[in-house]
Design a protein around this ligand. Structure first.
Ligand code: HEM
Length: 512
């Protein structure tokens, strides 16, 4: 070292020497901070079987929400540290710890970890869901919350929702007349997508093949962003140009497809004079573009969020609800009784007004969210300062996963029947009945809680209730002959969903 310094003193210019000194001080400072963070992290409970380089990645199976729950039971029921590749990840699995990170330290954990794939797909992570916490995120979230997702805005989409439900019912009647099974997964996915499309681009005529195109785009996005990717857990590797090119090649191709679709949609809206009532979300985004200082790419990123966050989550919840109702005839019968007695006489359709007193329908929806939260691990959060959680200091720069799926099935919170579909638990007197999904009950976080909580709760819940009520009102549902039960095998991606299609035979209800 002394020799090197002497050599440098002799041959390097004073400017070069000063620069080297600054770099040296920065390197020492970074190493000190890192070793301090390491010391703090090492105090956290963590599974012992950590391997070189990959850390605990080998313990995360095909269904991460399940393997993380099982690991937490053994190694850290409240909080547990996993080394996922090079990234320390705090896993929260109890309501108390969830409350600490999402309420007490909400502002500390309100950011998102950087995603290399998201960087490509979402135009530099400028969508709402992946944007780091800060001014840009605040602005874009405000646009979505004020212009698309307020209660009054959601109410204004009511005719569009009812129109979509009628289309579904017509298709079900045809299937019932022919006594054929329908692929209800596909029907519900198209319905959820069409309801979102009505709000986002409702002014444009519906194009043939639109649902299929969106489904393909969502499927590939989900695969690319599933949260347990090489680039997420070896960020310095992902920064290397060669690795980046290989890992991100698919994302680049996918982004081109999104570009084609979104540019076309935006072009069809640009420069058109529309009244406030006629304006859809794309019109609104274009009209506030200057005020909110948005580029065209920012607009595209926000649009992907609305299409994707709004469609898949809702469809997955609907698919699980119908699957659980068919598997639980007692719950199905109770819901049919309720819905069939609520409809205004003389009308052929259950409207949103009819649904105000339908407590069992609300209970079915909550029970579906509890057992099958489509965002089983929410979206990853990221800390921007040190803070104390359950007696441990969590250093700034820690990735956080909250296992909402595990919370919903915790027997200490939900009793021995935690794994059963039992909507009645939300009707009984007591804690469960009082429980809501608005982020205040930390045993039950299907939409998350705090600053990053889902802004689409109202949109999603009215979309959910209207279609379920009508499907249950008009039809009785059967499994196709020879199929003994609904296959509940799950697949993990951006969202957790059932692997197999939900095939059911609708029979027109005669006794209503
Ligand atoms: C049943 C349906 C839905 C479920 C279960 C759901 C669930 C979630 C969850 C778990 C998060 C992450 C929360 C966190 O990271 O802590 C989220 C975020 C988000 N959701 Fe939803 N969601 C649904 C419907 C919708 C709809 C209909 C929209 C819009 C049309 C929407 C837009 C968003 C956006 C923009 C975010 C990102 C929020 C942010 O990072 O600030 N969601 N959602």
């Amino acid at each position: 070292m002394a020799l090197v310094l002497a050599h440098l003193q002799e041959h390097a210019s004073p400017l070069a020497l000063s620069l080297l000194l600054v770099l040296f001080v920065i390197a020492v400072r970074l190493a000190t901070l890192r070793s301090r963070a390491e010391k703090l992290l090492n105090k956290l409970p963590s599974p012992p079987s950590r391997l070189p380089i990959i850390g605990h990645l080998h313990l995360v199976g095909a269904l991460p929400h399940v393997s993380l729950r099982n690991l937490a039971r053994r190694h850290g029921p409240d909080v547990m540290l996993l080394r996922l590749g090079a990234v320390p990840t705090l896993v929260v699995s109890s309501p108390a710890a969830a409350k600490t990170v999402l309420r007490t330290h909400d502002h500390v954990f309100a950011s998102r970890p950087h995603s290399a794939v998201g960087d490509i797909l979402f135009y530099g992570n400028t969508n709402v869901a992946f944007a780091p916490y800060g001014d840009y995120w605040r602005r874009t979230r405000k646009i979505a919350a004020i212009h698309l997702l307020t209660t009054s805005k959601v109410r204004s989409f009511r005719p569009a929702r009812e129109h979509e439900v009628r289309l579904v019912l017509a298709r079900m009647r045809d299937a019932a007349a022919a006594s054929t099974a329908v692929d209800l997964s596909e029907v519900l996915s198209n319905y959820s997508n069409d309801v979102v499309c009505q709000a986002v681009l409702g002014r444009l005529p519906r194009e043939e093949g639109r649902n299929k195109l969106f489904q393909e785009l969502f499927k590939t996005n989900s695969k690319l962003l599933s949260g347990f990717n090489l680039d997420d857990y070896f960020p310095s590797l992902a920064r290397l140009d060669m690795v980046r090119r290989v890992v991100c090649a698919k994302a680049v191709k996918q982004k081109k497809r999104w570009d084609e679709l979104l540019d076309d949609l935006i072009d069809k809206h640009a420069g058109q004079a529309v009244t406030e009532e006629e304006a859809d979300f794309i019109d609104v985004l274009l009209s506030v573009q200057d005020e909110y200082n948005l580029t065209r790419d920012n607009i595209k990123a926000i649009l992907i969020d609305m299409f994707e966050a709004g469609t898949d989550t809702t469809y997955i919840s609907l698919d699980y609800a119908m699957a659980e109702l068919v598997r639980n005839p007692h719950a199905m019968a109770k819901l049919q009784d309720e819905v069939r007695s609520c409809k205004t006489k003389g009308k052929e359709f259950v409207t949103e007004d009819d649904l105000s007193g339908t407590s069992y329908l609300s209970a079915v929806m909550r029970e579906t969210f509890r057992l099958h939260p489509s965002g089983s691990l929410l979206l990853p959060h990221f800390s921007t300062a040190d803070c104390d959680v359950e007696g441990y200091t969590i250093p700034s720069g820690t990735r956080l996963l909250i296992n909402a799926w595990a919370l919903g099935r915790d027997t200490t919170c939900w009793g021995e029947s935690a794994e059963e579909f039992m909507p009645e638990r939300f009707l009984d007197e007591g804690l469960e009945a009082a429980s809501d999904y608005q982020g205040n009950d930390f045993r039950f976080l299907p939409f998350g809680s705090g600053r990053r909580m889902c802004p689409g709760v109202t949109f999603a819940t009215v979309t959910f209730k209207l279609i379920v009520a009508n499907l249950i009102y008009h039809f009785n549902w059967e499994l196709p002959q020879g199929l003994p039960d609904v296959d509940m095998t799950e697949v993990f991606g951006m969202d957790v969903h059932r692997k197999e299609k939900l095939l059911l035979v609708p029979r027109v209800a005669q006794d209503i």
